[in-house]
Write a protein that binds this ligand. Structure first.
Ligand code: WTA
Length: 663
């Protein structure tokens, strides 16, 4: 930050540790009464009726929480509903002509597409009818390998309408990643896209999808392709794929009765990285997830139906599921969806969109905020951002400096910032201030939400003192929680519960959820999240398993062994550092370097591309043969051990291993 006004920011805001919600915000906030914390504690779990009440039910539920078989909790049991009806049909009378999805394509010379609730409802019905005709039945998993085109949320809602769970695979993931996920979910149906725009150029997607399909180990019944690029890209359609627009046109005017789903029926699967090489299929259900997404959108993002709200995440990740699609649409608001990058055609694209659509709330990620900061305040200053009322962040810790920059240059010191901690597995936000109630402390996400019971503990599960680092645990279930890992209850228990629970017990008090994050508490009960404590990296707010990257690298010819760690990166937060031992007759040269990069991109996608590849004759290991990742991290971060080139020297590596092994 070199600009003049940032010097002023430094002076005035630097030492400020607390920020009160602006009066103008409080005056209109959805929640302003801090007794909600006590009330939720006293009435737990009945307090969560408040979330269920945001939905329309076909059959009322009988029990708020069934905790008879922990950790397989069930919420709102006995109830039935349909998520697509909750996001669309019930808004038609009052808000049919209002915009549901305000889609902004990357090219600036084409028309953006606004879908009113009525238009969205129509196309969702037509596509739901088309999916049925392709043989999609209730409970069939439909894979959606799509970029940020409106047909993605349409396909999600069409699946929800016919009770077919969707599994969205981030478009930036590779063909292999698609195949792995389709295989794991036994998914026989795919909806994909010919391509999309990136920084002004058309980018093909269809050939990647085809390659992924060739790796699927079972029959694929149907493949539907959205034509985004038109004449710009003549995509292959040689294997009986169907064109999305044709299908929808054939079904013109079709109406599909929303399928009545049990509260606990699966709404979707979302794959996420874990400690092993195999991604985990996180299962979310219809009522618990949807009610929790809606409740947090209303309480934390302060969304009202008349707002224009924008979450800049990609729908390929959980943030986009909960806070572009399900939460906002359940509340009947206008949700903005942007196809492209923040720096195309210039670095003010986001601010141009905020101004053009008079966006009320902006929910983005620290990695983006760090980039905006680096680009400088002259970009937001070109635009009128006065429509903004609230700002949010998610994905990784935000440092106080970036927080204050966001507060001043984007929020003009008039918007509260919600720093929301949560995970794919939690379905929705868990830790954050309530914007009309809580004092904000930059760098700290805030207290747990009402009804959420969080502690910071040591390895034995004892609470640690304020100020000391420990592990985050969630001690009570919540409606948005994952129910299991797809087809793998055992791994579900092992990954999230075994650490701090008495797994023999059927008393829910003996069960504790472990999110695998480190954290510390302050005297006021505010939580500062320190980051992952498992072997998962957080690159630009995206979870990547080190094991997944390592196995991709080891798959490259000439590589014997590899260790991947996270190194500090100014914008991405963490970057991938790969230490590689070559096979005897192979050399760590440029060719191998390039093949490793390619191997990682093929197995996972460009987001996992190593920032740095260090060829080394050995890796520091403990006597029991475990790679000393911490040491490698220090090397990657230039801490203590200094220059990474020292690792090229086997004697030094041996010395390190010896010293650490002895410790
Ligand atoms: C990290 C994204 C600090 C954390 C919604 C978590 C955060 C992982 C924050 C989940 C935050 C997310 N402050 N860390 N506000 N939000 N994280 O599953 O390590 O992609 O476990 O879900 O991101 O990433 P996931």
């Amino acid at each position: 930050m070199t600009e003049d006004n940032d010097v002023e920011l430094e002076a005035r805001l630097e030492n400020r540790e607390r920020f009160e919600p602006p009066q103008s915000f409080v005056a209109q906030a959805n929640l302003v009464d801090d007794t909600i914390y006590d009330e939720f504690e006293r009435n737990w779990p009945e307090c969560w009726k408040q979330a269920a009440d945001l939905l329309d039910w076909e059959n009322e539920y009988e029990t708020v929480l069934d905790d008879s078989d922990p950790p397989f909790y069930e919420w709102f049991t006995g109830g039935s509903l349909n998520a697509s009806a909750n996001c669309l049909d019930r808004h038609l009378d009052d808000r049919g002509d209002e915009v549901a999805i305000e889609w902004v394509g990357e090219p600036t010379d084409e028309d953006d597409r606004a879908y009113t609730y009525e238009a969205l409802h129509r196309e969702v019905n037509e596509f739901a009818a088309a999916l049925r005709e392709q043989g999609v039945k209730e409970d069939d998993v439909v894979t959606l390998y799509m970029p940020m085109v409106p047909e993605l949320p349409i396909a999600m809602l069409a699946c929800a309408r016919i009770g077919a769970p969707h599994s969205v695979v981030f478009a930036g993931f590779s063909a292999d990643a698609l195949a792995t996920r389709m295989n794991s979910a036994d998914s026989e149906h795919l909806v994909t896209c010919d391509g999309y725009y990136r920084r002004g150029d058309p980018l093909q997607h269809k050939e990647k999808a085809d390659e992924g399909l060739s790796g699927v180990d079972h029959d694929v019944e149907s493949v539907v392709v959205v034509d985004r690029l038109g004449d710009e890209y003549d995509h292959p359609m040689e294997n009986g794929e169907l064109d999305y627009a044709d299908l929808v046109a054939e079904q013109e005017g079709a109406e599909v009765e929303p399928v009545s789903r049990d509260a606990e029926d699966m709404l979707f699967l979302m794959y996420t990285s874990g400690t092993t090489g195999q991604p985990k299929g996180v299962k979310h259900t219809t009522a618990g997830y949807l009610s929790y997404a809606a409740w947090t959108t209303q309480s934390v993002l302060d969304v009202k139906p008349e707002d224009t709200y924008w979450c800049s995440a990609d729908i390929g990740w959980i943030t986009g599921h909960s806070y572009i699609v399900y939460g906002p649409l359940a509340l009947g608001t206008t949700s903005v969806m942007y196809e492209g990058t923040p720096d195309y055609p210039d670095r003010d694209r986001l601010w141009e969109i905020v101004e053009e659509y008079a966006v009320d709330q902006l929910y983005t990620a620290p990695t983006a905020i760090r980039a905006f900061m680096k680009w400088g305040s002259r970009y937001p200053e070109r635009h009128d951002l006065s429509s903004l009322r609230l700002l949010g962040t998610v994905g990784e810790p935000i440092n106080p400096r970036a927080w204050k920059w966001y507060y001043k240059h984007i929020g003009q010191e008039e918007c509260p910032i919600v720093d929301t901690w949560w995970q794919t597995e939690t379905g929705g936000m868990m830790v954050t201030t309530l914007p009309g109630i809580g004092t904000m402390k930059p760098g700290s996400a805030g207290p747990p939400l009402p009804g959420i019971d969080i502690r910071v503990v040591d390895t034995r599960g004892e609470e640690v003192e304020p100020g000391k680092a420990g592990y985050l645990t969630v001690d009570k279930p919540w409606p948005g929680m994952l129910r299991t890992l797809y087809n793998n209850d055992e791994r579900f228990v092992a990954e999230y519960w075994a650490e701090y629970s008495d797994t023999e017990s059927d008393d829910p008090d003996d069960w504790v959820y472990f999110p695998e994050d480190g954290a510390k508490l302050d005297e006021d009960g505010y939580i500062t999240v320190l980051g992952r404590v498992d072997d998962v990296l957080n690159v630009s707010g995206h979870r990547l398993g080190t094991m997944e990257i390592e196995s991709a690298i080891v798959g490259v010819e000439g590589v014997a062994e590899s260790a991947v760690v996270g190194g500090h990166h100014d914008i991405k937060g963490e970057a991938v550092y790969a230490y590689v031992i070559t096979e005897e007759d192979s050399e760590g040269d440029e060719d191998l370097h390039d093949r490793i990069v390619e191997g990682v991109e093929d197995a996972i996608g460009p987001i996992a591309r190593p920032e740095e590849i260090v060829f080394t004759p050995e890796l520091p290991k403990t006597r029991s043969g475990k790679i000393m990742r911490r040491l490698l991290e220090d090397i990657a971060n230039d801490e203590e051990l200094g220059d990474t080139s020292t690792l090229r020297n086997p004697e030094v590596v041996e010395d390190i291993a010896q010293t650490v092994g002895d410790a």
